[in-house]
Ligand binder design. Structure first.
Ligand code: FAD
Ligand code: SIN
Length: 542
């Protein structure tokens, strides 16, 4: 930890090093000492895999009103309008900032301006991108900048196990169960060094959860392995309000191939005219939505699900044959080379695709400044529920949300931490108490239970739901909970066990939210309540 921390600077703990955590580190470092934690390497997380790009009003033909309208329409009546307005209107400034920080977005052929993509649900071209590896370009530029900041200490391969709550400041023990009552403010976190398995407390005046999504709770997902819902699970255990977890977004087009793990086929291809076809070669999306293959994501994912069930086929096809080879390889080099690796020669060959869990629209409920319902705890990026996405996220609005809210969080915190004298972080925190926990002999049970949860979520809590299947999922998860918690108290914790416990918690929260919504809206479709009811246009809060 090479740092230049000043004695009286406030200490801010940032958990996560995707676009949200990295941009927050840059802003917060202007007035505080930052410790930035990542449970894997610094660059690993959903951000680096983002392909399509980042949405913002950039062209003269576009307007804030139109971006807001598309976001609200995609959100199916559940967006918080103030959050939509904030993200859309503050977007262009944040994009300019990313450019200043070194992100190189792709320019038009004559280099006069940035090239803009279009994706599902957008009625305008407004997606800035770096070819089809936008996330990687952003992640690398931000990491380079953060590594140069002398008051940001970076801890890679360090995983937060739980938040430390003021109300529990007595010797912590892995044999104690948590209660949601009187937990008070968040004053730090217990951290596991994933290489040595050592556990230590870190104190902070402010803790920022930027720990990303929870796609790994489903068997098929576009998400990387780190997306195990740790942030939502930890915040829930700390007594924070979580919301709208029934709205898991399934991306319509992930590569279907037995050896291809989680590879996304960007929606920007459909923005360039690619067409979804069934086995018979029909453009089936025409029968589902006036925007055809470019309809909002949940419409496309559900239509594919129907098509697969109707025909019994294992996948549908994405037809990209209208593009010539040069155009394709220039615009989508990553998709081209990945497909080629699996014997698919784009644009000549059609790409086999299936839907997969992609993005959690709900999360830890926050206000317009990223403040959660717990004092001292902020949430940013995919882990947060700002209200921007409502019941379905508009494509490429997620990276935007991450940068917009990290700046707002820092602006407000600067006022809060610097102008007002707030109590400083506790000087000492109780060490982690292993109680009578013993080392685990084998990891087989963890892997098997992990797979059981993910399979169950895919089968019972997927794109199309019913009350019967949701209740069955709830019962099975309750049984699994007994086993997992027994292991959690019995064995010395390690990364796999911590992730399993978090995955289980978020699975149960998703099912609970889904059971509470007695209608279908956006991403949540329940055959027992197929209508969208205006009276139920409110958040599901736990
Ligand atoms: P992430 O980038 O996921 O980072 C999470 C961080 O938290 C990681 O550093 C991880 O190590 C850390 N972490 C997690 N748990 C812990 C813990 N317990 N302790 C310590 N650290 C922890 N969105 C768009 O807007 N445009 C796109 O084109 C786009 N394409 C996508 C393509 C793919 C394949 C995927 C998966 C997502 C895509 N998305 C896209 C969504 C978007 O990429 C993510 O929502 C966004 O990057 C999330 O950023 P984040 O900073 O919140 O989290
Ligand atoms: C994509 O490139 O299709 C993903 C875009 C997104 O998830 O916003």
């Amino acid at each position: 930890m090479a740092t230049n921390h000043k004695k009286n600077n406030p200490k801010v703990l940032i958990i996560g090093s995707g676009i949200a955590g990295l941009s927050a580190a840059i802003h917060f470092s202007e007035f505080s000492d930052v410790i930035l934690l990542a449970k894997s390497s610094l660059d690993e997380g959903s951000t680096r895999y983002a392909q399509g790009g980042i949405a913002s009003v950039w062209s003269k033909n576009d307007s804030f009103e139109e971006h807001q309208k598309d976001t609200l329409e995609a959100g199916a009546g559940l967006c918080r309008e103030s959050s939509v307005e904030i993200c859309v209107t503050e977007g262009p400034s944040r994009i300019r900032e990313l450019i200043e920080w070194g992100v190189e977005f792709t320019k038009t052929a004559n280099h006069s301006d940035y090239d803009l993509h279009q994706e599902g649900g957008h009625h305008q071209r407004r997606i800035l991108h770096t070819h089809d590896y936008t996330g990687l370009a952003i992640e690398e530029a931000l990491i380079e900048k953060v590594r140069k900041l002398s008051n940001v200490a970076i801890l890679e391969n360090h995983m937060v196990i739980d938040l430390i709550m003021e109300g529990k400041l007595k010797p912590a023990s892995s044999t104690e169960k948590t209660s949601h009552k009187n937990l008070g403010a968040c004053v730090g976190a217990y951290v596991l060094n994933c290489e040595t398995n050592e556990i230590f407390p870190l104190a902070s005046e402010l803790t920022v959860l930027a720990s990303g999504g929870m796609g790994k709770v489903y068997l098929y997902t576009s998400n990387p392995d780190v997306a195990t819902g740790d942030g939502v699970a930890m915040a829930y255990r700390a007594g924070a309000r979580v919301a709208n977890l029934e709205f898991m977004q399934f991306h319509p087009t992930c590569l279907y191939h037995p050896s291809a793990k989680s590879f996304l086929i960007t929606e920007a291809l459909r923005g360039e005219g690619a067409i979804l076809r069934n086995e018979a070669g029909e453009d089936f999306m025409k029968n589902h939505h006036e925007m055809g293959s470019l309809a909002p994501r949940y419409v496309v994912a559900r239509a594919i699900d129907m098509e697969l069930k109707r025909t019994g086929a294992p996948h549908v096809w994405l037809d990209v044959s209208h593009m010539n080879e040069l155009e394709f390889t220039e615009k989508f080099p990553q998709v081209h080379s990945m497909c080629l690796k699996y014997g698919i020669n784009t644009p000549h060959d059609k790409i086999p695709v299936v839907p997969a869990a992609h993005y959690m629209c709900g999360g830890i409920q926050v206000d317009e400044w990223a403040q959660t319902s717990v004092t001292g705890l902020l949430a940013l990026g995919e882990v947060a529920c700002t209200g921007l996405h409502g019941a379905n996220r508009l494509a490429s609005n997620s990276l935007l949300e991450g940068v917009v809210f990290s700046k707002r969080a820092a602006d407000r915190a600067r006022e809060y931490l610097v102008k007002h004298a707030i109590p400083s972080a506790p000087k000492t925190l109780p060490v982690w108490d292993f109680g009578r926990a013993v080392d685990m002999e084998e990891q087989i049970d963890i892997a098997a239970t992990w797979r059981e949860i993910r399979t169950l979520m895919w089968n019972y809590v997927g794109i199309v739901r019913s009350d019967r299947r949701l209740r069955r999922a709830r019962e099975r998860l309750a049984l699994i909970r007994h086993e997992v918690y027994a292991d959690y108290w019995k064995f010395r914790v390690n990364r796999d066990l911590i992730e399993l416990r978090n995955l289980l918690t978020v699975a149960e929260l998703i099912v609970e939210c889904a059971l509470r919504r007695k209608e279908s809206r956006g991403l949540h479709f329940n055959v027992d309540y197929p209508e969208t009811l205006p009276l139920l246009a409110h958040d599901t809060i736990i």
